[in-house]
Design a protein around this ligand. Structure first.
Ligand code: ADP
Ligand code: ZN
Length: 739
């Protein structure tokens, strides 16, 4: 593996260039005449008949004779990849066992082309004597004095025609200046007035700011109940980075839902941060990439992949909602951005702050072992109290049927009487309520009453989910959809297909039947088509135009609605069903987060959890507010079983179009499974999602002691088995999905 050096390479020298292709090794080239290549230089390099953008990774070390090497074709006009980012690419590749080129690809996702420049008009030092001043000219002059900008923008701002701007330019009153296309974006200002912090908040805020000024690696777990002001507190650390003229990165799990966060940031710092996620246009991504590389974007807020941006002078990484499984990337390079943020901080010698009201067991174990610092915010800001959480025992208080419809039929309901009463009381009091059910669509299953047939996906081991808004049945795994058939595809009976179980759309229907006067809104990832849709809905909530908000886990995230006093969790047991490693932890985190939406304003909140198992440890811990008791018990169970965070896991997933091809490779892997050194292999077995997108899947699970040489043993093992064409083997180190 080539290591990055700091020496520049001279013309004629052999250099290794890493290309963003799914291979591990770099390719050797020579440095062209007349240029020196810095390590990390981003270059165009010939590969066969085409050119690729790659990075000078170190001295060439291949065995291609010097005479047959081709020179690098061009050096791009962008700063070299920063050394810590190069080391991160090596590190992530080694850890996740992904090819280095595939990891580099994430870092080169938006390398800009030639610099875009544009012409701005600024006022001349003194307007030419004798210039005739019309009103329009005066307005344009004033606008240019306030803020030089392109001709069209000036004209628009001044309410004048383009010809007015041109006239002033011709007369020499306005002078053209060339600027970066993005040069006029205002940057966040750390010195603006800031909210006074409580004593607890101030102490933690000062501590985080001190970590930034220390310019050294550290990890702090910022652990505070929902509504305790964690954001306000870590803004102090961001401000400390800005005050030193350096950069800060904030990672959020769901970038689509950052509207309220962005508003708070802007209110605090007077400008928006640079935004980074995969839905941005390629042009915007390239522009942001360059601003980050040149140190002109001082704060970036982004999803996982923002970790691979080329920060020129990164001073701080914040991972908000650090416990979120969304930080685990589940396709391509399988990495956990929370964990790799810590690695990036170590490689760059800077502080990381992991933020949560319900920290992951991994972070709690690291804090317990003294590897992470642990700071607490124990109380809600401004004296707001945490909501009271009660369980509703569905065995004793089952939901009643809905009022009879026009045909006299009474459809089943999903809201039990105590929740219905509480909703009624909330409505009567003019407050808002939220109903949470982590199931998109109308019904998770459609069944034929005549023959019992269930509508499944033709490509996946999954039922089709009915979406009534769109009239389609959809597979939530592969996206395959079909119109709702008029008759059962199995027996041909008509009018026999019935929905089974509730999705959020069905809840909206139930709420409308039970509370015809209530104004209800639906919030799911498929109804929120973009940031504007989110902002609109949040605005309606804030303005009190919605009484009941029904939603999936997108409603759980970060929102602050002061008038929301009731949260109803329709099926608290849902996440426990699969029973995978993190089911209990995850359920606890998700339900506390949902519960944390209630009572953030002046009025106290109330949370009702509908469950069939009120004595289940997760439900008990939630109702008793005993987070630390729950974590301790869960931690002990993991320790006893040697499971993460005390042991490590890696999943090996074999997929093929033909089941027997998948079986052959999976069985061969099973026969050669590594043993000893603290490793054990379970499986192979058909994956719970045995067929996905038409490919048959088998899984093996490697369990390793923390000190076991996991990746090295995996490598020799996988190399020992022949993988025929058409069969794919994926390794998932530290898996979050066990499907
Ligand atoms: P958390 O992230 O811990 O859930 P937030 O940072 O969202 O908490 O804070 C909850 C609410 O309290 C927000 O509306 C925030 O603006 C407000 N808040 C927190 N601390 C302060 C403070 N010191 N002064 C004024 N408002 C605050
Ligand atoms: Zn499918």
């Amino acid at each position: 593996m080539a290591a990055q050096t700091t020496r520049a390479f001279a013309p004629g020298e052999r250099v290794a260039v890493l290309l963003p292709l799914p291979v591990d090794g770099a390719y050797d080239y020579t440095v062209p005449e007349g240029t020196a290549l810095a390590p990390g230089a981003i270059v165009r390099a010939p590969l066969g008949a085409r050119h690729e953008t790659g990075v000078v990774w170190g001295p060439g070390e291949g065995d291609v004779p010097a005479g047959r090497l081709r020179p690098v074709a061009a050096v791009l006009d962008v700063p070299p990849l920063p050394a810590p980012l190069g080391r991160l690419v090596d590190w992530v590749a080694g850890y996740t066992m992904a090819p280095r080129g595939s990891v580099l690809r994430m870092a080169l996702a938006a390398v800009p082309g030639p610099r875009r420049r544009r012409t701005l008009y600024a006022p001349a030092d003194a307007p030419p004597p004798g210039l005739r001043w019309t009103d329009a000219r005066r307005r344009v002059w004033a606008a240019a004095t306030a803020h030089p900008r392109p001709a069209a923008d000036l004209a628009r701002a001044a309410g004048a025609g383009n010809n007015v701007v041109r006239g002033l330019a011709d007369a020499g009153a306005l002078v053209p200046v060339t600027a970066e296309a993005d040069a006029d974006a205002p940057e966040p200002d750390p010195h603006r007035p800031r909210p006074a912090l409580s004593a607890d908040q101030a102490a933690v805020g000062a501590d985080l700011a001190a970590r930034v000024r220390e310019h050294a690696f550290s990890v702090t777990l910022l652990d505070g109940v929902t509504g305790s002001g964690k954001t306000e507190v870590y803004f102090r650390a961001v401000a400390a980075a800005l005050a030193e003229g350096r950069q800060a990165l904030v990672l959020l799990p769901e970038i689509a839902l950052t509207g309220q966060w962005l508003e708070r940031f802007e209110a605090r710092f007077g400008a928006r941060p640079a935004l980074w996620h995969s839905d941005l246009s390629p042009g915007r991504r390239r522009e942001t990439w360059r601003r980050v590389a040149e140190g002109r974007a001082s704060v970036v807020v982004g999803a996982r992949s923002a970790l691979f941006l080329p920060f020129r002078d990164l001073a701080l990484i914040v991972v908000d909602e650090e416990h979120e499984p969304a930080f685990k990337q589940e396709d391509g390079v399988l990495y956990n951005a929370r964990d790799m943020a810590v690695v990036r901080a170590r490689l760059g010698g800077l502080p990381a702050v992991l933020v949560s009201a319900t920290p992951s067991l991994e972070s709690m174990a690291n804090a317990g072992a003294g590897r992470y610092r642990h700071r607490h915010l124990p109380a809600r800001h401004g004296g707001a109290v945490l909501p009271a959480i009660e369980t509703v025992d569905l065995r004793r208080r089952p939901p009643e049927r809905l009022p009879a419809d026009d045909d006299g039929a009474r459809a089943p309901g999903w809201l039990a009487p105590p929740l219905v009463e509480a909703l009624g009381a909330t409505l009567a009091a003019g407050r808002q309520a939220m109903l949470f059910l982590n199931r998109r669509g109308y019904a998770p299953l459609t069944l034929c009453r005549a023959c019992g047939h269930r509508l499944g996906c033709p490509h996946c081991t999954a039922w089709l989910v009915e979406h009534r808004r769109t009239g389609a049945l959809v597979c939530h795994h592969c996206g395959e959809g079909m119109a709702r058939p008029p008759a059962c595809p199995q027996c041909g009976a008509t009018d026999s297909l019935v929905p089974c179980g509730p999705g959020v759309e069905r809840l909206v229907e139930e709420v409308a039947r039970r509370f015809p006067a209530a104004r209800t809104a639906l919030m799911t990832s498929d109804t929120l088509t973009g940031p504007q849709a989110v902002a609109d809905l949040v605005g309606r909530m804030e303005a009190g135009e919605v009484d009941f908000l029904v939603g999936t886990q997108v409603v759980a995230k970060g929102h602050h609605f002061p008038a929301l006093t009731l949260v109803g969790v329709v099926d608290a047991d849902l996440g426990l069903a699969g029973g995978d490693l993190r089911a209990a932890e995850r359920t606890y985190q998700l339900l506390s987060q949902v519960a944390g939406r209630a009572g953030r304003g002046d009025d106290p909140g109330r949370v009702l959890l509908q469950t069939h198992e009120p004595d289940q440890p997760v439900m008990r811990a939630l109702a008793e507010g005993d987070r630390d008791g729950f974590l301790a018990a869960e931690m002990e169970a993991r320790r006893a079983a040697g499971m993460p965070p005390f042991g490590r896991l890696a999943a090996v997933i074999v997929t093929a179009a033909q089941p027997d091809a998948a079986d052959r490779v999976a069985d061969a892997l099973g026969r050669r499974a590594p043993e000893g050194d603290g490793l054990a292999v379970l499986g192979p077995a058909p994956a719970p999602l045995a067929v996905l997108r038409g490919r048959h899947r088998r899984r093996l699970l490697v369990k390793a002691r923390r000190d076991a040489p996991l990746q090295a043993r995996l490598r020799t093992w996988l190399d020992s088995v022949h993988i025929p064409r058409g069969v794919r083997v994926h390794v998932d180190v530290d898996p979050y999905s066990f499907m």
